[in-house]
Design a protein around this ligand. Structure first.
Ligand SMILES: [Zn+2]
Length: 164
């Protein structure tokens, strides 16, 4: 049987992919994807972070752990929580994990509401200022770019101090 689906994909950064599958659950299982970020309950999120070692940025973007958080939104979630992207998951307090869970939901829902249009995000968001040397939307600091888990990462060193 041939089913023709009329749709289109526009991906300016050419990072998007199209797969054929018989269902979302089948696809997730075949690709060992973690549960969707917006379907995770708080307890499930806490358990995942408790078992994961390494940077919080690496944990949030690990699609086998949690699916649905890309590079840009992981940076935004951590900026909103004022947590340094290199912070080790094992060093984060329960209160910080709760903050990350809450901001993860807020940031993703805001992005979905704005259909991913970065210019439509609130002016307290880092994403529209995602450029090295740009002014932090919360303080007078300058946005910096580093590599975390092999990914370009933007953050404010004044708002997101690194815990040693
Ligand atoms: Zn700042």
């Amino acid at each position: 049987m041939i089913i023709i689906i009329s749709s289109r994909l526009t991906c300016r950064r050419k990072l998007g992919k199209i797969y054929l599958t018989t269902g979302v659950d089948v696809f997730a299982k075949e690709h060992s994807l973690g549960k969707d970020a917006l379907e995770l309950r708080k307890e499930e999120f806490d358990n995942l972070l408790e078992e994961k070692r390494g940077s919080i940025k690496g944990a949030l973007t690990d699609q086998h752990l949690i699916s649905g958080i890309g590079n840009v939104y992981a940076d935004e979630i951590l900026f909103q929580c004022e947590i340094h992207p290199k912070s080790k998951t094992e060093k984060l307090a329960k209160k910080e994990n709760s903050g990350i869970y809450s901001k993860m939901r807020t940031v993703l829902k805001t992005a979905i509401k704005n259909e991913g249009q970065r210019s439509q995000l609130p002016n307290t968001y880092l994403t529209p200022q995602r450029k090295e040397g740009a002014q932090c939307p919360k303080c007078s600091g300058k946005v910096e770019k580093i590599k975390v888990s092999g990914r370009s990462t933007y953050f404010c060193p004044k708002c997101q101090e690194e815990l040693l």
